[in-house]
Design a protein around this ligand. Structure first.
Ligand code: SF4
Length: 282
């Protein structure tokens, strides 16, 4: 295993799940990569790397920059250098979604990481289309009224080389998927759950626990998709109630029991749908 190659002094908050996720990613890839990043909050720590990085903000950040780097490497015969592209949930699912979709459809040669902290955290916690239903943000103070977009599944529908979901609380699963993606060519999309204690109103010491409980509740299933085939990579023996996850976060504290039940029902519905997708080609 490679050591943490990040330099000291990155600007992420204590307990930042995105920063932990990046540590796991670079332990697998090492420094011989080129990074393209956009307006991702946790991307602050990628500025503390001894690695070439190109930053384009939201409008160019959805992977188009990564596609340009990949094209330049191809033209110069250096396709052996992996391109890693990073975007936050707001950048990927909202502002730059058209570019993300185009890169996936063209099967552009990069590994794209969506660092999902479930709101625009680097600008002060405004809701994105990946904010969960019911979660309070500065632009949805009474709770987000729309359901979270199922972005990994939308990406899988593009049929790129690889799609996977990862949680930093399952480091072996996480790193195995990054390693697998590294050994492939084409567009590889990895959706990272990145707990944000600052925006979620949670104890920084509980970030890994929340990343684990998101999986154990079924809210954030761990799976991968190759050749249209979905495979669960971890299935909780018994899923825990969503209340055990929401009760540890200030953003959900206004929800009453009937609203928590509504969230639970949605998880059950989505889980059933994923199970049926795993039994047939998608
Ligand atoms: S605001 Fe959230 S996502 Fe951003 S650095 Fe802090 S903990 Fe990480």
């Amino acid at each position: 295993m490679m050591k943490d190659i990040r330099l000291k002094g990155n600007k992420t908050c204590g307990g930042c799940g995105g920063s932990l996720a990046e540590k796991l990613i670079f332990e697998v890839t090492g420094p011989n990569v080129i990074i393209h990043g956009s307006g991702v909050c946790a991307g602050y720590s990628t500025t503390m790397l001894p690695i070439p990085k190109m930053t384009l903000h939201f409008s160019g950040g959805g992977g188009a920059g990564g596609a340009g780097i990949a094209a330049a490497l191809k033209a110069t015969g250096r396709e052996d250098i992996p391109v890693l592209a990073f975007g936050g949930d707001g950048s990927v699912s909202d502002i730059s979604f058209a570019q993300v979709s185009a890169c996936a459809q063209r099967n552009d040669n990069m590994i794209f990481f969506c660092m999902d902290n479930e709101a625009y955290m680097n600008t002060g916690n405004q809701k994105s289309t990946l904010t969960p239903w019911g979660a309070a943000t500065t632009t949805s103070p009474a709770g987000h009224v729309e359901w979270k977009k199922d972005l990994p599944m939308i990406m899988a529908m593009h049929r790129p080389a690889y799609v996977a979901t990862v949680s930093p609380a399952f480091p072996q699963d996480f790193k195995a998927k990054v390693k697998k993606a590294l050994g492939m060519k084409g567009y590889r999309y990895i959706h990272v759950l990145a707990p944000c204690p600052t925006g979620w109103g949670s104890d920084p010491a509980k970030s890994v626990g929340l990343a684990r409980d998101a999986v154990r509740t079924g809210l954030f299933p761990l799976y991968e998709v190759e050749n249209g085939k979905l495979k669960f990579t971890y299935e909780p023996k018994e899923r825990i109630p969503i209340k055990e996850y929401t009760s540890l976060q200030r953003r959900f504290r206004h929800l009453d029991d009937s609203e928590i039940d509504k969230l639970q029902e949605q998880i059950e519905e989505r889980w059933t749908s994923l199970v049926s997708k795993s039994q047939a080609k998608i």
